[in-house]
Design a protein around this ligand. Structure first.
Ligand code: MGD
Ligand code: MGD
Ligand code: SF4
Ligand code: MO
Length: 661
């Protein structure tokens, strides 16, 4: 048919590890993805994507795509293309061998949220749950914040982003939504435009969000508990605390109030370096701006001080009489049976669960004979890269990686399996933030010989002779079961025709704590070795130490999109005071180092970081080819087991060779 261009527009959903989970319209021309646009009628997507969504056509057709199965030729140190049959036979044989000789605990399944779809991620876990492989605690990102909120609120869910335009004040605390959640940021802007709301950013550095207007408070990194108690003290002194709410809905306020009153202006100023007058002004603003929203960032909780900071910040809205007046993630506020989808509740196997954050040590020590990785690039994103990479490169560990693209991790694999991107397979995505669900639709055929997670799992299960019938359950039937009662207005079956459904959310005034109230003083904290009241841990920085902060750039998702946008710039921001003292100028190459390793990067002298603090784009490769995470430690937080990225200390210059104190 001359003159007719086969062009289609198909509705899909972005499954990236991102709170916004955009609803997308994808244009397909000549069976190729031509453009990806945000839907206008979705309350959060609001008609736009971030730069990553917009770049998806380039990412799909990138020269870095893995299109065929490959196996490493250990002698030649190179990969050769193999057939799926050959690849899966190799994988099944090695898997069987390791299980028989070392037990299923010697098999590690390592995954993360490259694709958060319930089929690509959760359902794929059924195989590993069935065979009793070692799993991990998914602690790399948000677990400490969830555990912190659990102490005071039970589950960690909070307000719906859709409520933001109705707010009188919106505070982003350790949260940089201009980059990390642009649609949530847009809703906060609407609160400002339509409702005269104040926007407040609490961040040690002048982040993109702090720079975009509103009020910016810049406490020292890790001093947020002191700041939160300072605000509480001001509210208490001004009699702006909602005592009726506290009486009816909370527990333990007296002990909390006593602690807040011990935070004198001098103590708070000394720790936070924020003038007391500014804290008083902020408290006054909160007192007169109702309702208000406290948006707790994941960046806030990725530090030694992180869980305590989340606890302290989350209690401010309770003082103001707001039911769960915070947002962290709403993933725990639904009625979806994830453990059914993943098979966690179906398996009889007793699985070992290890720390994801400190995995390097275990890999390096040869704890596993077989490692299967999907949806993650651990050879870049985990801390203690030295150990992670040595561990994956060991001769006695067989590594299989299922990914859409070649990565640092695929290069350490024995077998690499090609995965279709989200635009090449159907799935279901549940957002961390908004409650809307529709099918994430594959708009083109899988590229090359790429095969989706479910089909790979089924072949592996058959190859291994897995007998558990539930592993072979039809995936959409499994989802139908897992979502029984989860929607306000339908069931999974209704999604087939492209419908959008709304998830039921747990009520905002329901608290799953032992007293069924907001607990200012949770006794349950004692059981996990924590204090019932949020604690300001001492800031342990000495004169020569710098706190090394890292966070995302708009065009990259962690290690992804370097194939489209080039390398993540290896720059380090530092203040003019520090640069002057050390004799560095803008553009000089500096070395930052600690006990774990060192990095070479280009200095950017800027007023946007305070003295004593460095900031870099997350996950750059340094000027010598070292991964940034070489310098981040494998230690974990006491509450929730989260990472210590944003409290890591480094020094500048050479000659540091002993462990940090
Ligand atoms: N473009 C883009 N967006 C993303 C991602 C991505 O890779 N790229 N990743 C997604 C994922 S998985 C996540 S977890 C989120 C994270 O996104 P956010 O929740 O926004 O967290 P971060 O960007 O890690 O950090 C936010 C801010 O916290 C500040 N901060 C660091 N330490 C402290 C502290 O001690 N106190 C205070 N008050 N602030 C501090 C940092 O300076 C930073 O500006 O982003 C998601 N969105
Ligand atoms: N320095 C520093 N490091 C950090 C952090 C920090 O703040 N600072 N933050 C941490 C945080 S919050 C997070 S969430 C982690 C993220 O860590 P990772 O999850 O490892 O991050 P990505 O680099 O996005 O890796 C996802 C991988 O999944 C692949 N993928 C995408 N779609 C699919 C698919 O459909 N199927 C399959 N099989 N694979 C797919 C991508 O190609 C990519 O290789 O990084 C952590 N690392
Ligand atoms: S990465 Fe986030 S903001 Fe970007 S398109 Fe996907 S869901 Fe939307
Ligand atoms: Mo994350």
């Amino acid at each position: 048919m001359i003159g007719v261009i086969p062009m289609r527009r198909i509705k899909s959903v972005c499954p990236r590890d991102c709170p916004d989970s955009c609803f997308l319209t994808v244009t397909v021309e000549d069976e190729r993805v031509a453009s990806v646009k945000g839907d206008g009628d979705h309350p959060l997507t609001q008609g736009f994507t971030c730069p990553r969504g917009a770049s998806d056509p380039e990412r799909v057709y990138s020269p870095e795509r893995v299109l065929y199965p490959h196996a490493r030729d250990r002698d030649a140190q190179s990969f050769k293309r193999v057939t799926w049959d050959e690849a899966l036979t190799l994988v099944s044989l090695r898997l069987r061998e390791v299980i028989d000789e070392q037990g299923p605990g010697a098999v590690l399944h390592l995954d993360y949220a490259g694709n958060t779809g319930l089929l690509s991620y959760d359902f794929f876990r059924r195989l590993w749950n069935a065979i009793g492989a070692t799993g991990h605690d998914s602690s790399i990102c948000s677990s400490s914040g969830h555990a912190a909120l659990a102490l005071h609120y039970g589950l960690s869910y909070g307000l719906q982003p859709e409520e933001l335009p109705g707010m009188r004040a919106v505070t982003f605390w350790g949260f940089n939504p201009v980059v990390s959640a642009p649609h949530i940021w847009r809703l906060a802007q609407r609160a400002r435009e339509e409702n005269g709301a104040s926007i407040i950013t609490v961040d040690p550095r002048l982040s993109e969000s702090a720079r975009s207007g509103g009020l910016w408070l810049n406490p020292r990194p890790g001093s947020d508990v002191a700041l939160a108690y300072g605000i509480a003290r001001c509210l208490i002194e001004a009699e702006a605390v909602d005592l009726a709410f506290i009486e009816e809905w909370t527990q333990g306020f007296d002990a909390y109030r006593d602690e807040a009153m011990r935070w004198t202006p001098e103590r708070v100023e000394e720790l936070t370096a924020v003038e007391w007058g500014r804290i008083e002004a902020l408290a006054a603003l909160y007192a007169e701006s109702s309702p208000s929203a406290f948006m707790i960032g994941l960046g806030l909780q990725k530090s030694l001080y992180g869980a305590e900071a989340v606890r302290a910040v989350s209690l401010i809205p309770a003082l103001l009489g707001l039911h769960r007046g915070f947002y962290y993630s709403n993933s725990r506020g639904r009625f979806v049976d994830y453990e059914y989808v993943s098979g966690e509740k179906l398996t009889g196997a007793n699985r070992d669960i290890v720390s994801q954050v400190s995995l390097g040590k275990l890999l390096d020590a040869g704890r596993f004979g077989f490692v299967y990785v999907n949806g993650m690039n651990p050879a870049v994103t985990l801390p203690e890269q030295g150990a992670v990479r040595r561990g994956l490169a060991r001769e006695d560990v067989f590594v299989v990686v299922h990914d859409t693209h070649w990565t640092e991790t695929t290069r350490l694999a024995d077998v690499v399996l090609p995965a279709p991107t989200y635009l090449e397979k159907d799935d279901l995505v549940v957002a961390d933030s908004h409650p809307y669900v529709r099918r994430s639709v594959g708009v083109v055929e899988p590229l090359g010989e790429s095969r989706d997670e479910v089909s790979v799992m089924l072949d592996l299960a058959r190859g291994l002779g897995v007998e558990e019938g539930w592993v072979y359950e039809d995936p959409w039937e499994a989802l139908t079961r897992a979502f029984e009662g989860a929607f306000e207005d339908g069931a999974v079956g209704d999604l087939a025709g492209g419908a959008t459904l709304r998830l039921r959310s747990k009520p905002r005034d329901s608290y799953q704590t032992p007293t069924e109230r907001v607990e200012f003083y949770p006794e349950s904290a004692i059981k996990i070795g924590a204090s019932p009241l949020p604690v300001q841990l001492p800031l342990n920085r000495s004169g020569d130490d710098y706190v090394f902060l890292t966070s995302a750039l708009p065009r990259y998702t962690h290690s992804q999109f370097r194939d489209v946008h080039g390398p993540i710039p290896s720059t380090v921001w530092l203040s003019a005071q520090d640069a002057g003292r050390l004799g560095f100028g803008d553009g000089d190459i500096i070395e930052i180092h600690n006990y774990y390793g060192s990095l070479l990067a280009k200095a950017k002298v800027t007023p946007r970081t305070p003295p004593g603090v460095l900031w870099s784009p997350r996950l750059f490769t340094d000027l010598r080819g070292e991964p940034q995470n070489t310098v981040f430690p494998p230690e974990t937080q006491a509450i929730g087991g989260g990472p210590l990225f944003n409290s890591t200390l480094v020094r500048i210059g050479r000659g540091y060779s002993r462990p940090p104190p």
